[in-house]
Ligand binder design. Structure first.
Ligand SMILES: Cc1ncc(COP(=O)(O)O)c(C=O)c1O
Length: 390
């Protein structure tokens, strides 16, 4: 019954895990869920208060349309200037999104025709493959390798493939590997995009979640980016607002226009009351992110320490909210994740759920506090012993 394109979509593991978790919880099992990037914090108090007030204003219950609330766009422009020293015209260089996922997937529909190539990091966030599949584009999976610092080096694709490429998705700080991109890397990537007329979708939801003194840039801090790139931001991770479904994309009005038009036919923008609350949060972004980053820093340390004590060495993530842990022994990441969930009550994401390039790893999110995380690692150690690989 489903269309051919839907038939081509890989399984969406995070969605499937939710069903297994519900079953285990119903059976009374204490599940520690580190499978999804959804931390257990409350959203900022100012967001809740602003939303409550906005709900009382009937004007906030009208259609929002694509450009959204001027106050939201102005707050975004203010944040981009304050945080990155990047000037964004709030009138036509910002689009509010119903979560950045929505915009990332719709971008492919707005830019790609069958026969166009789209470069997607493997492993990578599934919305890239989803959007490109719906667009009927040729998906060029680029394998991220630990010994190449998990970077997509476009040059290695060669002249012929680059000339067919219209869109590339990049995400640093990276989900799932925790890798970051130096400015020199971003500059050479932008130069290649400019040379081949490639649009760079720079997916930046973890820009505020960085460790060990590293501060992540906006792509627009890099010379030449304005001509080739669009940057996606999210309220989900920095401000613990995953369920609110709010984000934005910014970049030159010309590059944004196809996405704006596409969205006109797909949705009518995020609820205005949410945009009102989002504006309040982004005006106070530094204060709102501080407790989240503080807690993640502690959780990251607890997880790394617990794994080291079990004799498992994981790469130390410089950004994001995940640990990308090598799978010991010969077991596949999917079999290991299934066993850990069913037998130990710990949900982790199999690396292969984010693409074949993720095989050999499992991903753990910093979703709960240090004590629960240590408990999760202890259960994982028991699980590995049960499988004879601990
Ligand atoms: C790399 C990456 N991009 C985008 C998103 C989507 O975030 P949002 O909740 O804004 O749709 C996520 C969420 O996990 C992500 O990891």
């Amino acid at each position: 019954m489903a269309s051919k394109k839907v038939g081509q979509l890989p399984k969406y593991a995070v969605a499937e895990m939710a069903a297994i978790k519900s079953r285990l919880l119903a059976e009374g099992i204490d599940v520690i869920d580190l499978g999804v990037g959804d931390a257990d914090f409350a959203p900022p108090r100012i967001a809740v208060d602003a939303l409550k007030n906005a709900l009382l204003d009937p004007a906030m219950s009208r259609y929002s349309f694509q450009q959204g609330l001027p106050a939201f766009r102005e707050s975004v422009a203010g944040y981009m200037k304050r945080r990155f020293d990047v000037v964004i015209d709030s009138a036509d260089e910002v689009l509010p999104l119903i979560g950045s996922k929505e915009g990332l997937a719709h971008l492919a529909l707005s830019l790609l025709d069958p026969g166009d190539a789209c470069v997607v990091p493997d492993p990578g966030y599934p919305a890239y493959v989803g959007g490109a599949t719906f667009a009927g584009a040729d998906i060029e999976l680029y394998r991220l390798r630990a010994d190449e610092e998990f970077l997509v080096e476009l040059e290695t694709l060669g002249e012929q493939r680059l000339s067919r490429t219209k869109l590339v998705y990049l995400n640093y700080p990276n989900n799932p590997t925790g890798a970051i991109a130096e400015r020199s890397y971003l500059k050479r990537t932008i130069d290649i995009c400019a040379r081949y007329g490639i649009i760079l979708a720079y997916d930046n939801p973890y820009v505020e979640l960085t460790y060990d003194g590293y501060v992540a840039p906006s792509i627009f801090e890099i010379e030449g980016a304005r001509e080739v790139a669009l940057e996606f931001h999210s309220f989900s991770k920095s401000f613990a607002m995953t369920g609110w479904r709010l984000g934005w994309v910014c970049g030159s009005g010309d590059l944004l226009e196809p996405l704006r038009r596409t969205k006109t036919y797909m949705d009518t923008g995020p609820f205005l009351a949410l945009q009102k609350a989002g504006a309040v949060v982004i005006d106070a972004a530094e204060d709102c992110v501080a407790p989240v980053l503080g807690a993640f820093t502690e959780r990251r340390a607890a997880l790394l320490d617990a794994f080291t004590k079990e004799g498992i060495v994981s790469p130390e993530p410089r950004g994001g909210m995940y640990l990308w842990v090598p799978v010991p022994g010969q077991i596949t990441s999917a079999d290991l994740a299934a066993s850990l969930l069913e037998n130990e009550g710990v949900a982790v994401l199999a690396g292969s759920a984010l693409g074949a390039g993720g095989e050999g790893f499992i991903r753990l999110s910093f979703a709960c506090g240090p004590k629960r995380l240590r408990e999760a690692v202890a259960r994982i150690a028991v699980g590995l012993q049960r499988l004879g690989i601990g």
